[in-house]
Design a protein around this ligand. Sequence first.
Ligand code: PNS
Length: 186
Amino acid sequence: MKTSIAIYPGSFDPVTNGHLDLIERGRKMFDHLIVAVLRNAGKDPLFTVLERVEMLREVLKQWPEVEVDVFDGLLVDYARKRHAGVILRGIRAVSDYEYELQMALMNRKLEPRLETVFMLPGEPYSYLSASLVREIARFGGPLDGFVPAAVGERLRAKVTKTRSGAGIGAGGRPDAGPTRRKRATH
Ligand code: PNS
């Protein structure tokens, strides 16, 4: 029998219920699922990599077949290192498709043995993104249903801390809203 190792890569800044929905679907489909957090110094994240990993491990602890890891550099190199055959990505709406298509085709060019598998999150999560969640938190809006309770608490604490520390607005940045990025994260 073939064993399948899949990688679900992303920024996870922070993990949302949309990510969890996709992880739950992925864990049923693959023997081993690696949730891989990109250590990307260029993105100016709200949470450190360590914090993002801690939150993921906390909310995924009931699923031992799901591993949380960190990667640097090219995803295809990491996939080779982990002997993974599949990259799992979510597509919420048509607007995600173009970017995802480009990334999947480039990854295939770089490593033809690696397949990208797209899954659709549940409909309640089709408009949910980590960037919107960060923005809601920054302005004190409700987070119920968007992120796990423990993540919501950490978000509130984080935006309060950065707001009091930075002096130029929550997050310490003039604008880190959803339009800043090419594709909002799940
Ligand atoms: O959650 P995100 O930010 O949409 O995830 C994007 C991610 C991490 C999957 C993508 O940026 C990535 O794979 N980066 C690693 C560098 C890389 O391999 N780039 C070339 C992709 S074609």
